[in-house]
Ligand binder design. Structure first.
Ligand code: ZN
Length: 371
């Protein structure tokens, strides 16, 4: 897959970039940064010239575009590292506070996660350094270019520093989890990193309210949501630990022949108090049928149609020895409600309900027994 196809721009960035251009264009930012950028470049920037006429708007637009490119480069840094480990990058979403690279599967080996997480901020530092070098060689008369390049150099360093805060799931938090996971179970490492992440979220929220900064509040919400989401995923994997998808699937699930009419299926569902049936054809499991598959049908259609007309057969096929957690992830990626589990003894169906009841059993019984 070509990377450029997978880059998505979040609406927040589209809103934020014009605001940034306006913030700079309205002048206050120029005064704030001109002295600093001048000191970096070793010359004095002509603030009057920067603020004359439409120049602030030009500076604002260039800076906003530059920030957009910087965030993209940061994310491409992560993706480059991920691709070196042969991890497929599904998409990259760019939003105000950086980007989010989404991988088909997140690496659980601590060193991979470490290098992938570090690659983004490292890229930003590199970009910052290159811009700083450019600052030193640009002629002092190129006021606008000097200002924009200097502002971007500083912003890239801020981007790196900010993302390295150990606020999971930001890059720094992932680095922290990777380091914690070196000598701890992955789930424990995640729990600790997520707890630190949530503390940061609360801290950001308090500062956000005190400084009336909507950006900080947004970040707090994002970190809070993502940190607890990631903990939940790991808690899920804990509950399914040691189970294979074969353990979760119910071999005694209710079955119905594909030749039965829908009317007969409805009767069976009532009789068995089950909304989900495994469909067999000549003794072989071919798929599943659920209440949702015929809810829309009229009485006449239910009498005329057979289960074969409704059965969902394009289900993911999973080997029975696959771990239950991976199987659940497989259901999520395929947006499937069930999968076919294949073992030497035959084919069974595993549904989301089977996963939830397996986890419920685990919660109640602890680790004793297969569940
Ligand atoms: Zn990053």
């Amino acid at each position: 897959m070509c990377l450029s196809e997978a880059i998505r721009v979040n609406i927040s960035l589209l809103v934020f970039l014009p605001i940034l251009a306006w913030l700079i264009g309205s002048g206050a930012q120029i005064e704030l940064y001109a002295g600093f950028v001048g000191a970096l470049a070793g010359t004095e920037l002509d603030v009057v010239r920067l603020q004359a006429g439409a120049t602030p708007w030009l500076v604002g637009t260039l800076a906003a575009l530059g920030l957009f490119v910087s965030v993209t480069l940061h994310e491409l840094g992560h993706s480059w590292a991920a691709m070196r480990y042969d991890l497929e990058v599904e998409s990259i979403t760019l939003w105000i506070l950086g980007g989010l690279a989404s991988f088909k599967q997140f690496p659980r080996e601590w060193n991979r996660e470490f290098w992938i997480a570090v690659a983004g901020p490292a890229t930003s530092i590199l970009v910052g350094a290159v811009l700083y070098a450019a600052l030193l060689v640009l002629p002092a008369s190129a006021t606008v270019t000097l200002f924009v390049v200097g502002w971007l150099a500083v912003t890239n360093l801020l981007l790196a520093g900010f993302n390295m805060l150990p606020a999971f799931p930001m890059d720094g938090g992932r680095v922290l989890r990777a380091l914690l996971a070196r000598n701890r179970p992955y789930a424990t490492a995640t729990r600790i990193a997520a707890r630190i992440g949530t503390s940061f979220a609360i801290l950001f929220a308090v500062f956000g309210v005190l400084s009336l900064s909507p950006l900080l509040l947004l970040l707090a919400l994002f970190i809070y949501g993502a940190a607890s989401g990631e903990s939940r995923t790991v808690a899920l994997s804990d509950l399914l630990e040691g189970l294979t998808v074969g353990d979760v699937a119910q071999p005694t699930a209710r079955t119905i022949e594909a030749t039965a009419t829908v009317e007969e299926l409805v009767d069976r569902m009532f009789a068995d108090r089950s909304t989900e049936f495994t469909v067999t054809q000549n003794g072989h499991v071919v798929g599943v049928v659920t209440v949702a598959d015929f809810r829309e049908l009229s009485k006449a259609e239910r009498e005329a149609d057979t289960v074969a007309d409704l059965v969902v057969t394009d289900l993911p096929r999973l080997p029975a020895e696959m771990s239950a957690f991976d199987a659940l992830a497989e259901l999520d990626t395929n947006r499937a409600s069930a999968a076919l589990v294949e073992s030497p003894e035959g084919t069974h169906v595993v549904s989301r309900e089977d996963f939830s009841s397996a986890m419920e059993m685990r919660r109640m019984l602890g680790d004793s027994g297969p569940f």
